[in-house]
Write a protein that binds this ligand. Sequence first.
Ligand code: FPP
Length: 248
Amino acid sequence: MPAEPACSPLPAHVAIVMDGNGRWARQRHLPRIAGHRQGVDALRQCMRACVRRGVGVLTVFAFSSENWRRPVPEVNGLMDLMGKALVREVAELQKNAIRLYVVGDRARLSARLQDGLRRAEAGTAGGERMIFNVCFNYGGRWDIAQAAARVAASGQDMTEAALGRALALAHVPDPDLLIRTGGEQRISNFLLWQSAYSELYFTDTLWPDFDDAALDGALAAYAARERRFGRTSEQLAPPPQAQGAAAC
Ligand code: FPP
């Protein structure tokens, strides 16, 4: 049985595939890395907007297990951007009481970057207003495989619950709303396990252009969805004596 989140028109957990940086740059005759830099600005804006609206968890896909296949200069540029953003944004995260988790396979990252991740996480550990997961060198298949290996090594039975506890995002509930910008309609090895019951929202807006209004569009679409978790619509309707109570 999937865990069912509280019935609310506001998603407790929003996850985003931030696609379209390269096209945004190309449209302006700029190098791709300029699009990624603009993507960091869009991410800062989105993070602030999510906090203001009361979203409890924001999870973003910043670098996938497959992004190593990109040209070396772009990969190096993204590593550099991550390193710098970690240092630069910690104060902003602390100011907004946001707790950062960097989620993914760190083994292939440079020692310097790994150190930066640890420092940024430690520096924001007191944040209680919103959890911000940055998936970096992350893949849904990697996550399931590493969780399975951990469960097997622990000698537990390989149950849904045991696997769920061993996943890299076990510290947060599953995403209620999964947004993908940039026009493509696929999951691309993002939260394969956790998105089983997420509401999917695809928009043509390129990530650097994803502003507060675009976020509100996604939240409005989510609020209009009926989440049944395997039940029927009739089962979700409030009983007669509860009519007038808050609907979900
Ligand atoms: C996909 O767009 C985007 C990425 C692979 C990187 C996402 C990164 C950011 C938004 C910046 C924040 C990241 C860090 C490191 C803090 P794309 O390049 O595939 O765009 P395209 O589909 O238009 O080519």
